[in-house]
Design a protein around this ligand. Structure first.
Ligand SMILES: *Cc1c(COP(=O)(O)O)cnc(C)c1O
Length: 437
């Protein structure tokens, strides 16, 4: 038994922990409210989605599918999930949609569970060429114990070498031909590779985690009509919802659809985070209204940002293809494996610009790469225009090319951001900001 004095001390200590958490949560919010969030996988959610993710739903369960539940109390959630399934079918033009996945990685594990058995073969983009860890042996592909062969890569075009990849697919005869990347500048030329996959009886899977919002907004490619049987993705990157995932299919086959649903529950989820599912449904409703404009503005901003960076003197990748056709821009800051990307990211952070280092073609060390992968989807969401992308590029140049003290640049970063607080492309009649705490 603790003595009274000790109990008091313990309480003070635990209150201290609580205070530490709250302070850090607020500080993190302030960092992004005042700074420029430019990590390509991130976004901010609309005020209505914010309200939903802090609702009572966060503590509830609804295993199964609408109308087929194991628990009572799901009636209202059934309304939400049923609406969400039909909105997702519409937004992604998908005959099948499951909206339960708690992340893009979980969508991939579920899809791979439905499409392949342990020991089967799979083809995918290597992580060195921009493939996601879940496409690798160290991630979901390994978890399912699949035999991985990676596609030959065209470094100039930043996409699979189509002819050589078709040859690999014909030779390996995989069960699943997986396409899509995390470093994703240009649409994957799907047609021939999907045909080769079909020829050998492989299912075609497209991981649209990064580009789902661009796809749904009609600005990237349309995988479900370019041969993909299944499309997975995150609900929080260019698709501007809460963290979570989607599992979509072009198949009308009910037995196959059932396999996909079963792969999600009971396959890889029990509770599937109802507050986030409801948030996704709201984001889908908002996307139907604003998504096409949002996607268009993202791609225009990325292009404008890449051009502005190049004009400042930065080495921006894929110049011959116009730099980018997505939300991403890649920059090189020094020699391969030099860690120049890590240094650049650290300096930018001091100036209030949040980015991530990234391996570029030829880099071999994930912790000391030469480049940055930048995304403009969050800035676009708070109203940055293509013209303002040159203001952002000039802040980069002051920190990274002209050697200005990042702390003095930070003042200008904060000033620029202070005029971009209201979240757009959503139902936001009260003009609430994207940064709640
Ligand atoms: C981000 C990403 C994922 C994983 O998504 P999470 O929602 O973070 O689990 C999967 N695939 C690709 C290609 C990604 O870029």
């Amino acid at each position: 038994m603790a003595q009274p004095q000790e109990a008091e001390d313990t309480t003070a200590l635990n209150r201290g922990y609580a205070e530490t958490v709250m302070q850090a949560v607020r500080a993190s919010g302030q960092l992004y409210a005042n700074g420029l969030g430019m990590i390509a996988s991130e976004n901010i959610v609309s005020p209505l989605v914010q309200d939903i993710v802090r609702s009572d739903l966060h503590g509830r369960y609804a295993e199964g599918l609408p109308g087929k539940r194991y628990y009572q109390g799901c009636q209202d959630f059934d309304t939400i999930e049923s609406l969400g399934i039909s909105l997702a079918q519409e937004v992604f033009q998908a005959p099948f949609a499951n909206i339960q996945s708690i992340s893009g990685t979980v969508s991939n594990i579920g899809a791979l569970k439905a499409l392949a058995k342990p020991g089967d073969r799979i083809t995918a983009v290597s992580t060195a060429d921009g493939g996601h860890i879940s496409h690798a042996r160290m991630g979901a592909v390994g978890l399912r114990d699949l035999n991985l062969t990676t596609y030959p890569w065209d470094e100039e075009r930043m996409e699979p070498d189509v002819e050589a990849s078709c040859a690999v697919i014909r030779e390996v005869q995989p069960k699943v031909a997986l396409f899509g990347q995390s470093v994703f500048l240009f649409p994957t030329p799907m047609k021939e590779m999907a045909d080769a996959a079909k020829e050998v009886g492989a299912a075609v899977m497209y991981d649209g985690a990064h580009v789902l919002g661009l796809i749904a907004g009609g600005q990237f490619q349309d995988p479900l009509r370019e041969g993909a049987d299944v499309m997975t993705g995150s609900s929080h990157k260019t698709f501007p919802g809460p963290q979570g995932g989607f599992l979509l299919s072009s198949s009308e086959d009910e037995a196959f659809q059932k396999r996909l649903n079963n792969a999600m529950f009971p396959g890889v989820c029990s509770s599937y985070h109802l507050h986030h599912v409801a948030g996704k449904v709201m984001a889908l409703a908002e996307f139907k209204e604003f998504g096409a404009a949002y996607a268009k503005d993202i791609v225009a901003n990325a292009r404008a940002f890449a051009e502005a960076l190049a004009a400042e003197g930065f080495d921006v990748l894929a110049e011959s293809r116009g730099y980018t056709a997505s939300h991403q821009v890649l920059t090189r800051h020094g020699d391969l494996d030099s860690g120049a990307g890590a240094k650049a990211a650290a300096l930018l952070e001091e100036a209030g610009i949040i980015t991530n280092m990234n391996m570029l073609p030829g880099d071999t060390k994930a912790m000391s790469p030469s480049g940055l992968r930048l995304g403009v989807q969050e800035l676009t969401r708070v109203g940055f225009t293509a013209d303002e992308m040159s203001d952002v590029a000039s802040l980069y140049a002051r920190v990274l090319l002209r050697g200005e003290d990042p702390n003095s640049v930070k003042t200008d970063v904060h000033e620029l951001k202070s005029t971009h607080q209201i979240i757009r492309y959503c139902f936001n009649d009260d003009e609430r900001t994207g940064y709640p705490l």
